[in-house]
Design a protein around this ligand. Structure first.
Ligand SMILES: C[S@@+](CC[C@H](N)C(=O)[O-])C[C@H]1O[C@@H](n2cnc3c(N)ncnc32)[C@H](O)[C@@H]1O
Length: 290
């Protein structure tokens, strides 16, 4: 990330969620706060008839729209699993690399016993807190914990907060490992394993090696890599699923599920008339601490 600048890719992700809710029939994920949370530039694009038409055309949905599928698919997957974890009694939710995720606005009051920790880069977090205040008081069950994953461990960061190490927690880590060196992702997973109790869960998305892609998927990955470079948040982290599974097993996690892009399309985007589907360039990984 560029020093002193809040995450531009977080704004882009919020814009894609906003566009999806505003324009897709039967949205896969509904985020009614995404439009207000994104940047002025994105708001302009989302209210300009030409760009709205373009961003919701069949051609777009079949190509660059794969990014929309990725962004709404990962949130839907994580919150479906979070819901199940809460039903089983989990009372701590840690949004790692929270960005402009609006869970706090959408759900904090619905789950008053859930303690929510938003862990993010201080620049992104400061800008977000400013925006959240426009919606009124920040719910009291939400705590903000700042971190730079490249410089500090998440265990140290959470140790500064009210996080209860002896209680199970659900961690979602969405849209972030792509921007970190693979070693930083593995160190962060090790650090979570140090601080979280047995039975805690982690859900994250990760990129597979773009050389395994072809056709529109390869083109889409190249476009995303150029776009994020332009936003000063270049893509750095890719994994081979087998290697990642082995690494997380060694850290102490059990892989509950590794859902491929096609698996996500089957589960959430089946036969949509608007052709939105999930890219095969990223997977969702659901881990549980042994
Ligand atoms: C694409 S956004 C994803 C935001 C959100 N999880 C979502 O799904 O919309 C990437 C997030 O990673 C965070 N991030 C990137 N590099 C980071 C670093 N080195 N330390 C802390 N956070 C970082 C950014 O601040 C941003 O919130």
């Amino acid at each position: 990330m560029k020093d002193g600048q809040s995450s531009r890719t977080a704004e882009a992700a919020a814009a894609l969620r906003a566009n999806h809710l505003q324009n897709a029939e039967n949205p896969v994920f509904s985020d009614p706060f995404a439009f207000e949370l994104t940047s002025k530039g994105w708001k302009k694009l989302l209210t300009t008839p030409f760009t709205v038409k373009l961003m919701n055309s069949t051609v777009f949905n079949r190509t660059l729209g794969l990014l929309t599928g990725q962004v709404v698919g990962r949130s839907r997957y994580a919150e479906d699993l979070l819901e199940q974890a809460i039903q089983r009694g989990t009372q701590q939710y840690v949004l790692v690399g929270a960005g402009l995720d609006s869970f706090t606005l959408r759900q904090a009051q619905q789950y008053p016993n859930l303690r929510i920790f938003e862990v993010d880069h201080p620049d992104t977090q400061a800008a977000k807190q400013q925006k959240l205040k426009e919606f009124g008081e920040i719910p009291t069950n939400v705590e903000f914990v700042s971190i730079d994953f490249e410089k500090e461990s998440i265990a140290d960061a959470l140790a500064r907060s009210g996080f209860q190490q002896e209680q199970a927690a659900f961690f979602s880590w969405l849209g972030t490992t792509h921007y970190l060196e693979p070693q930083t992702t593995l160190h962060t997973l090790s650090s979570i394993a140090q601080i979280a109790s047995e039975g805690s869960e982690v859900v994250l998305d990760y990129s597979i090696d773009y050389r395994e892609l072809d056709g529109v998927e390869r083109f889409g990955s190249l476009f995303v890599s150029q776009f994020t470079r332009f936003l000063k948040e270049p893509l750095k982290g890719q994994f081979r699923p087998k290697d990642l599974h082995q690494a997380v097993n060694e850290i102490g996690y059990q892989v509950i599920e590794d859902l491929s892009g096609d698996g996500l399309s089957q589960r959430y985007f089946h036969q949509r008339p608007d052709h939105i589907r999930h890219t095969i360039a990223t997977h969702m990984l659901h881990l549980c601490l042994k």
